[in-house]
Design a binder for this molecule. Sequence first.
Ligand code: IMP
Ligand code: MG
Length: 177
Amino acid sequence: MGSPGLSVLLTASEIGQRLDELAVEVNRHYPPGRDPHLVAVLKGSVVFLADFMRALGRPLTMDLIALSSYGAGTRSTGVVRVLKDLKEDPAGRDVLIVEDIVDSGRTLAWLRSTLKGRRPRSLRSVALLDKPTRRQTTVALEHVGFTIEDRFVVGYGLDLDERYRELPYVAVLDQDT
Ligand code: IMP
Ligand code: MG
C-alpha cells in the first residue's frame, strides 16, 4: 500500500494571516501586567505554539503538558492520560491553554477541570482548529483559529500515527474524503 494523497485545506499563508488576527483578539484579554502563561498540549500543538507565541509579540511564559486521548488511528478512545506533567505551578497565573484541535472536547474538558483545581488566576483556551460537530461534551473554548468540518486533518503539528506533523499546511487525507 502506498501513502494516501493529501488535499490542502489551509495553506501556510492562510494560517499565518489568521494567527496574526487571533493574536490581536487574544491579547485584548491580557493587559500589561497580566502576561499570559501558555500551557500547550504536546505533541500536536507545538507548531501552533511556536508560531502563535511569536504572533502574540508580548511578554509571556509557557509550559508543556503531554496528554493522550487517542490510540493509533483516527478515533478517540475517550480516555485521557497524562504522559508528561507541567513543570511550573499554574497557581495564580493567567493560564491560556493552547490546543491544536478540539474534536470530541474530552481532552480540553479534562484539562480545564484539572487546571482549575490548581487555582490559576484566570483560565482561557485557544485552539487552531475546532470541529464543533464532533463534540461529545460541553466545554468552553474562547478562541478558535478555524472552524472545520468533520474531516481528519494532518500537518502543521497534527499527525496520523505520528506522520505528517512536519507539513507547513493543514491537509485532509484523500482516503478520508
Ligand atoms: P478530543 O479529546 O476528541 O477533543 O481530541 C483532541 C485531540 O485529538 C487533539 O488534540 C488531537 O491530538 C487529536 N485529534 C482530533 N482530531 C484530529 C484530527 O483531525 N487530526 C489529528 N489529530 C486529531
Ligand atoms: Mg492534541
